[in-house]
Ligand binder design. Structure first.
Ligand code: FA5
Length: 329
């Protein structure tokens, strides 16, 4: 039994020395000192020894158990230190590395233009209103002096949702709404999406954005309209810009004009304008001899097209990031 114990101690000490992980040590501890372990087995065999042998063997076994336990504890402590520093090493963070750059988005050029346009017009005393994209025929056409079934409406081929409701073809629909609900004097403006059942090409889309501006007061003249549009053009395109007005027809203005700005040695049309038609004032209970007003409406996409030299309006509506990212700065 003594030889067996000596061999067990020697073998255990070697295994403890060679163990490379705390897990191996735990397994070793169970194998030697555990309830069914090899040394525990030897302790159980003590019953068969004589009364003289028992205390001697008992002491040897206890000493062996204590020295194996000490060796296990020592090795375990050393391995735990090693494992901890290996873990720290592997989780090390290099604080000198450059940080990952957070890509911050930016406004869509159409939204940005809408905001610039708003700023310019709020500065000129106009109040911005909202109106629904799904509009009543009454406000989109009837309140704007379009006679029933008049061919002028065909110019703005529409998406009807019911017999009475359509996706608005022009933000001018705000005029019908506010004239019905508010009393002048007022200066209102709106910017938003419009929809027309058009063939899509480089300058036309079925969905696009407009801005409409109008005022009603006493003594409003073409001079006020021209002054406002000239100030607006300077704000949007710089102080050198020139504006041009040519006669044009829209059912809701009289006289009506188209509005162009000087561009690349020629002229570029931005939209339409004019004095509010007396029929519209009369239809809303206003005497045209007492009240007058002007109105203008422009395509929003045209503005960044001019400012940034973009020749295809579809690019603003396709949301391809390769295009949009160029408007970040
Ligand atoms: C109008 O929509 C009138 N409501 C403008 C107006 C308002 C005149 C107030 C007088 C008084 P027009 O259909 O021309 O007019 O459109 C005005 C501008 O919207 C155009 O010059 C163009 O810049 C833009 N636009 C019109 N249709 C489209 C389209 N399909 N795609 C992109 N932009 C468009």
């Amino acid at each position: 039994m003594k030889e067996k114990l000596q061999a067990l101690v020697e073998q255990s000490m070697l295994s403890i020395r060679d163990a490379q992980t705390t897990q191996t040590l735990d397994a070793l501890e169970t194998q030697v000192l555990g309830r069914k372990g090899e040394l525990t087995g030897l302790l159980r065999m003590m019953g068969g020894l004589s009364a003289d042998e028992k205390p001697v063997m008992g002491q040897l076994l206890n000493e062996a158990k204590a020295s194996i336990q000490d060796a296990l504890n020592l090795r375990k402590e050393a391995l735990m230190m090693q494992e901890k520093s290996a873990k720290l090493e592997s989780e090390q963070i290099d604080i000198t590395l450059p940080s990952r750059i957070q890509r911050i988005g930016h406004k869509h050029p159409v939204s940005f233009t809408q905001e610039t346009v708003k700023d310019a017009l709020i500065g000129l005393g106009f109040e911005f209103m909202d109106a629904p994209e799904l509009e009543d025929y009454k406000y989109n056409f009837a309140a704007l002096n379009y006679p029933e079934n008049h061919p002028a409406m065909d110019e703005q081929m529409s998406f009807y949702v019911t017999d009475r409701h359509l996706l608005r073809t022009q933000t001018t629909a705000l005029q019908g709404r506010t004239l019905t609900l508010k009393k002048p004097p007022f200066r209102y403006a709106i910017t938003g999406r419009c929809f027309r059942n058009e063939t899509v090409d480089a300058t036309h889309h079925h969905s696009f954005h407009q801005i409409d501006v109008y005022m009603v007061d006493k003594g409003v003249s073409m001079a006020d309209l021209k002054g406002t549009l000239a100030a607006f053009a300077r704000r949007m395109f710089g102080s050198d810009v020139q504006v041009r007005f040519r006669p044009d027809f829209f059912p809701f203005v009289e006289p009506g004009v188209d509005y162009s700005i000087s561009w690349k040695g020629g002229w570029l049309e931005l939209g339409g304008a004019g004095l509010i038609h007396p029929n519209i004032l009369r239809a809303h209970g206003l005497d045209p001899n007492e009240w007058s007003g002007f109105a203008f409406g422009l395509g929003i996409e045209r503005i960044p097209m001019i400012q940034r030299g973009v020749d295809d309006l579809r690019l603003f509506l396709e949301n391809d990031l390769r295009f949009l990212n160029q408007f970040g700065a």
